[in-house]
Design a protein. Structure first.
Length: 99
């Protein structure tokens, strides 16, 4: 039951600006987001090296785009975010698309 309650809270707290902008940018976007993208990218590369069909590893690699967009928009919606947070989130998102 705790998982059921914490899952919506995770997304709503970020979307509605209940997380400090600094924590949202540095912890959620930069550290956790980069780690999640790195792990999924590594799994995609392993599948590519093993000769798995291209649509499978590409879909796995692109699966995180909605989550990445959620993080970027959450940073932009946060009233405490400044120009560095907003610009950094867009740069980070560009790097995740290229990586």
């Amino acid at each position: 039951m705790a998982l059921k309650r914490s899952f919506p809270t995770y997304f709503s707290a970020r979307w509605n600006g209940h997380r400090p902008a600094r924590s949202l940018f540095w912890w959620d976007l930069t550290i956790v987001g980069t780690l999640v993208n790195g792990v999924m990218g590594l799994i995609s590369l392993i599948l590519l090296a093993k000769g798995v069909d291209g649509s499978v590893w590409l879909a796995l690699h692109l699966l995180l785009i909605p989550y990445n967009l959620f993080l970027v928009f959450s940073v932009h919606r946060n009233t405490g975010s400044n120009l560095i947070h907003r610009g950094g989130s867009i740069a980070w998102f560009g790097c995740t698309l290229l990586g």
